[in-house]
Design a binder for this molecule. Structure first.
Ligand SMILES: *Cc1c(COP(=O)(O)O)cnc(C)c1O
Length: 348
């Protein structure tokens, strides 16, 4: 890759924008004793009568310590879905630019591409669910702005080989977005440690999976300070509400709970994996580095419906390329997994 210059990747309208700023942004210390008559809020205390901190300083300072990264390399979103949408809007010109995704993968990339009127060039993973490197380089052109790599990948569960990601970071002439929604379950470290080496790297994470906070909607983006400042320019000022900030601040400090949850889910996963390979109509159990398992079965529609009739909801992923007759099953709590296995064993 030629020397990467992020400035040439910013959409012209975005390059001209300044971030929305409220009067309160000018006061560094939110906690000091001030009288706030600037934002037409209700002064009577309810815990949420004030607008939330638009820069989420407290939350970012915790993340910055935990991830060993500066706060200006962090952007927070209303779920990682908002973060991904901001990336599209900052760097892709509607009806002109294109992106590359690697199906079977997370459905939101293509939804967001459609929403933003960006062509999604799909390069199928190979039979081991790894990127097809030659095909990616053949598919990219001068208007290819983003390459999405989901690792561990949803719905297949596997990590994308690090030497392939490394090569793509070095050769792809655009931004490489690594979606690490499931990284806390994986046996590999985050790409965060490589941010200083690759100015074209963007990492997204979420509190929705390992952290057990899907309901608060908090997604995280890590990138160079330059990229983050572009995204900050276009983010809605109060995209992370007060209750979410409070809850995340509280939960993020509870690192023991996080470790224990991950540990017990991984233990459950091992038990499930062993049991699933013995189920008669299960043809293949794919290796997984996530908190879910992809299965190939004899007839996905039939097994999906049978499970539903027994009150168990899983995901039929058969419509995805390379995923014919597959079900994706999330690791549940011990009793739920037991019920799943005993139920599966009763199916004719
Ligand atoms: C679940 C998931 C997310 C999380 O999205 P949020 O909006 O943060 O809940 C992101 N990427 C992938 C691949 C996922 O499976």
């Amino acid at each position: 890759m030629n020397k990467f210059d992020i400035q040439t990747f910013i959409r012209p309208n975005v390059a001209k924008m300044k971030p929305y700023s409220s009067a309160r942004d000018e006061f560094k210390d939110f906690d000091s004793e001030m009288i706030f008559l600037d934002a037409n809020e209700n002064p009577f205390e309810t815990n949420v009568n004030r607008y939330p901190d638009p820069q989420q300083r407290k939350l970012k300072s915790i993340l910055s310590k935990q991830k060993n990264i500066t706060t200006d390399q962090i952007l927070l979103g209303n779920g990682s879905d908002e973060v991904l949408d901001l990336i599209f809007r900052a760097f892709c010109e509607p009806s002109k630019d294109n992106i590359i995704t690697l199906p079977p993968t997370y459905g939101m990339y293509s939804v967001l591409a459609n929403l933003n009127d960006i062509e999604n060039r799909e390069v199928l993973l190979d039979s081991d669910f790894q990127p097809n490197m030659d095909e990616i380089s053949r598919t990219a052109d001068t208007r290819t702005k983003l390459l999405f790599i989901c690792s561990p990948n949803n719905p297949t569960g596997n990590l994308i080989a690090s030497e392939k990601i490394l090569k793509l970071l070095k050769t792809f002439n655009g931004l490489v977005v690594i979606d690490e929604a499931y990284i806390d379950f994986a046996n590999e470290e985050s790409w965060i440690t490589k941010l200083h080496e690759f100015p074209n790297l963007i990492i997204t994470q979420t509190l929705s999976k390992a952290y057990g906070l899907a309901g608060i909607r908090l997604g995280i983006c890590y990138a160079s300070a330059e990229i983050i400042s572009v995204l900050k320019r276009i983010k809605p000022p109060y995209n992370i509400n007060e209750l979410t900030q409070q809850s995340a601040i509280e939960q993020l400090q509870n690192t023991v709970k996080l470790k224990n949850d991950i540990f017990s889910l991984l233990e459950e996963k091992l038990i499930l994996l062993k049991a699933l390979v013995k189920v008669k109509f299960v043809e293949k159990v794919y290796p997984t580095d996530a908190n879910f398992i992809l299965l190939k079965v004899d007839n996905a529609e039939k097994r999906y419906t049978q499970l539903l009739e027994n009150g168990i909801v899983v995901r039929n992923r058969s419509s995805q390329p390379l995923c014919e007759n597959t079900l994706r099953i999330t690791i549940g709590a011990n009793a739920e997994n037991k019920k799943l296995i005993t139920t599966l064993k009763t199916f004719k």
